[in-house]
Design a protein around this ligand. Structure first.
Ligand SMILES: NC(=O)C1=CN([C@@H]2O[C@H](COP(=O)(O)OP(=O)(O)OC[C@H]3O[C@@H](n4cnc5c(N)ncnc54)[C@H](OP(=O)(O)O)[C@@H]3O)[C@@H](O)[C@H]2O)C=CC1
Ligand SMILES: O=CC(=O)O
Length: 313
């Protein structure tokens, strides 16, 4: 079995060695321009079109992350990039769930315990205990209730917050109120104090966090965007912060990355920023998952993690 690997920034040597250890029967190599030798599986992130297109004998392509929007948008421009019938897989959790939980819980607690207000007071040399927020006024609404949204919901339920989620299909997650489909979106938003985005980037979700949506949240709401920058209309977010409709935003992803120097988001006091690090691919966990999935595929067993090209995630 032959496996080709391409990632623009990962430590390729490390990945090749660990993949080889996990799949001793395979021949693993870094894909280089001009390499048209046979391959059964391709492991990729931002793949050059020629790495995949027209490749015979390919049995599966693995995206080395959770989101497949970049691959799918390339596929739209080059429909022959993924040979017909070749499944595309993505990473399901592989350590990203825990990272998302850490990020979301720490930020929700930061706002819930009013550390943002106390920081402002500290800057003014002000010693002034503030009224506690109550959990019942701090409903967390999670857009997307898949692998990562589900994990984040679980961790916030454990902290005693009222948690609700919104997805395409109805969910049965312990302690979480589930809303499904476009018609249920207004009810989901009504009373949501902290909105956490973990949707995939699809034509249906681009620009979903806009003026209209933000206006339906509870007064002085907060937004955490952990998914993709294109979900959020940045100008609408800034306007909602300036009007007082929103009290704060924690953003990990941006419509343009790296965030341009002249973006007004940098200087806005209500906005905190991290550079797309909410959940990174952990090599060892990802390799274990890919090796397990390839072994299952080779044994003719069913696997999870296949991307629906129809739904775009
Ligand atoms: N910032 C970072 O560092 C990282 C960001 N990400 C982002 O997180 C995203 C989510 O990852 P993951 O949880 O694994 O993805 P999943 O595919 O497991 O979950 C996606 C969820 O979104 C829901 N959904 C999709 N389309 C719609 C729609 N039109 N309306 C309502 N709900 C919808 C799905 O509904 P249903 O369950 O009904 O299908 C599902 O619950 C990734 O796509 C990626 O962009 C991922 C990793 C790191
Ligand atoms: O943003 C990262 C991913 O894995 O998707």
């Amino acid at each position: 079995m032959d496996i080709i690997f391409h990632h623009p920034t990962f430590d390729t040597e490390y990945w090749l060695n660990r993949l080889q250890q996990a799949l001793p029967q395979a021949r693993v190599r870094q894909w280089k321009q001009g390499d048209q030798q046979p391959a059964d599986y391709a492991l990729v992130w931002h793949p050059p079109v020629e790495m995949l297109s027209g490749r015979k004998g390919l049995k599966g392509v693995f995206a080395l992350g959770a989101g497949v929007d970049a691959i799918l948008s390339k596929l739209q421009a080059h429909p022959d990039m993924l040979p017909d019938g070749v499944p595309l897989f993505r990473l399901e959790d592989t350590g990203m769930g825990l990272q998302m939980q850490e990020y979301a819980v720490s930020q929700v607690l930061h706002w819930f315990r009013r550390f943002d207000d106390y920081q402002r007071q500290k800057q003014q040399g002000q010693w002034q205990p503030l009224e506690d927020y109550r959990r019942e006024d701090f409903t967390i609404g999670i857009l997307g209730a898949g692998v990562l949204g589900g994990k984040v919901a679980e961790s916030l339920v454990a902290w005693g917050f009222p948690v609700r989620c919104w997805s395409r299909s109805k969910k049965d997650l312990p302690g979480v109120q589930s809303f499904a489909g476009g018609e249920a979106l207004p009810d989901f938003l009504h009373g949501t104090r902290v909105l956490i985005n973990l949707l995939p980037n699809t034509p249906q979700t681009v620009g979903i966090i806009n003026r209209e949506l933000l206006g339906q949240l509870a007064k002085e709401a907060y937004v955490i965007n952990l998914a993709r920058g294109v979900h959020l209309v940045e100008a609408d977010l800034l306007a909602a912060l300036d009007s007082g409709q929103l009290k704060g935003a924690m953003l990990d992803v941006f419509s343009k990355e790296p965030l341009p120097e002249n973006s007004p988001l940098w200087a806005h006091p209500g906005v905190a920023i991290t550079p797309h690090v909410a959940a990174v691919t952990r090599p060892d966990e990802a390799i274990a998952y890919i090796a397990k999935t390839i072994t299952q595929l080779e044994n003719g067993e069913s696997v999870s993690g296949e991307v629906s090209l129809q739904h775009g995630y």
